[in-house]
Design a protein around this ligand. Structure first.
Ligand SMILES: *Cc1c(COP(=O)(O)O)cnc(C)c1O
Length: 425
């Protein structure tokens, strides 16, 4: 049954709109527990991670246990976590690392930071890395693949692991937007050599800033530790170095997080189950209320069970129609736009990663692209991943947040149903 669209003067599907997110799910739940945790750190005067009773250390242990890995290292950001993971896995100058064309620029920037060359591969209708295109972009210089789990949705992890296994590549998982997501029953980030979380303002849980690198492999962990703090081998010596190091300690940068971040992160981790329960229930309510789609298909989700439920995306059949859907949905009280539109330079889309496309380095002699160890020859251009742009031109994404109820989710679905029925008749 067709209802009159709000854009044509009908009554909107969401007459009161939607409650604002107020940051990521974790931030929107912050209350006195986080405040007290920080105040206690300050009162204690113990503001260094290598002092007895460290919250950073406790967070690492609690997170490792939650994830199901032996080792976790907290750092000051998700970008730092990716850098430490790459260094942990032995990636460096001369190496190529495959990244998806749709991810936050930090994924590619982390590759450049370790002196390696990012290779940009297409996404598919999962909005994650297309395993076939990743495989097609492998060269003799490729050493690793970084799948990214955008907006809480695990990508085609098994297929990517299969590609990596066939070619002897490492996998570093960018789970910055997918904290707590699972794939076939295992927490994402535990499939490859290392995983990374970001705890910035927008993520599933947050300490304002912060990151975590985690792995089952002690050697990766040890190298990540060296990469994160030049003095760390001295600090760690007492407890873990009696038998010596597996790798000769090296010095790199300093990504040491503050004890206040550690204290907040612990409180946030304790909220993770409740966050996922709520966001997943919202997404389920949304999906259940959708009618049979006519003018669109849903984003492919390989394992819906493991989806964090913080977003849903529809792929409208063509780009012009998608723009019309977006306009009509916004009028219904469900603000949205196509993921890629010329007016808005989204740093999650490769064509806006100017520093990468221009192969800019902080110093001309430190460029990964002209490093003597690099024998490859990659060319970038804004149009190099047309399938990715084609998909993002048709993609409309909706977020679910902690202030929404199941009724909001059903109203969102109602808006989609209304617009779809009106336009695809
Ligand atoms: C947020 C994010 C990062 C980096 O996180 P920061 O904490 O901001 O450094 C990396 N990759 C993806 C996909 C992200 O969304």
């Amino acid at each position: 049954m067709k209802e009159r669209l709000a854009i044509n003067g009908g009554s909107p599907a969401l007459p009161n709109g939607l409650p604002g997110a107020g940051g990521g799910p974790g931030v929107s739940l912050m209350d006195d527990r986080e405040v007290v945790a920080v105040a206690e750190v300050l009162r204690s005067g113990r503001l260094f991670r290598f002092i007895e009773g460290s919250h950073v250390r406790a967070f690492e242990q609690e997170a490792a246990q939650w994830i199901g890995v032996e080792h976790a290292l907290m750092v000051n950001s998700g970008t730092s976590a990716l850098i430490c993971a790459l260094i942990g896995a032995g990636i460096g100058p001369g190496d190529e690392v495959i990244v998806p064309a749709y991810t936050y620029i930090a994924t590619a920037a982390a590759v450049v930071a370790v002196g390696a060359v990012p290779i940009i591969a297409e996404i598919d209708t999962s909005l994650g890395l297309d395993p076939a295109d990743a495989e097609a972009k492998i060269t003799p210089f490729t050493r690793a693949i970084i799948p990214v789990y955008m907006q809480g949705v695990p990508a085609r992890i098994q297929a990517i692991m299969d590609v990596a296994a066939r070619h002897g590549l490492k996998v570093i998982e960018d789970a910055c937007q997918c904290i707590g997501g699972t794939y076939r029953g295992k927490v994402v980030g535990t499939f490859g050599g290392a995983g990374a979380w970001s705890l910035n303002f927008f993520k599933v849980i947050s300490a304002g800033e912060g990151g975590l690198v985690f792995t089952k492999d002690y050697q990766v962990y040890e190298r990540a530790c060296f990469a994160s703090d030049p003095a760390l081998p001295m600090w760690m010596k007492e407890n873990i170095a009696q038998e010596g190091w597996e790798t000769q300690p090296f010095s790199f940068q300093c990504y040491r997080p503050s004890e206040m971040l550690g204290a907040v992160a612990r409180v946030q981790l304790s909220r993770l189950e409740r966050i996922l329960e709520h966001t997943r229930s919202l997404k389920r309510a949304f999906l259940q209320a959708l009618e049979e789609p006519r003018g669109y298909s849903l984003q492919h989700v390989d394992d819906p069970e493991g989806d964090c439920g913080i977003s849903a995306a529809i792929l409208v059949h063509d780009a012009d129609l998608a723009a019309r859907y977006a306009e009509a949905l916004t009028a219904e009280g469900l603000p949205c736009g196509t993921a890629h539109n010329e007016g808005f330079p989204d740093r999650h889309i490769y064509r806006y990663w100017d520093s990468i496309l221009h192969k800019s380095a902080f110093h001309p002699n430190a460029s990964p692209w002209t490093h003597p160890a690099y024998r490859g020859n990659v060319e970038y251009s804004p149009d190099m991943c047309p399938r990715t742009l084609g998909i993002l031109n048709r993609a409309l994404r909706f977020g679910f947040n902690m202030r929404m109820s199941a009724e909001h989710a059903r109203q969102m679905a109602h808006a989609v149903n209304k617009v779809d029925a009106a336009f695809a008749a």
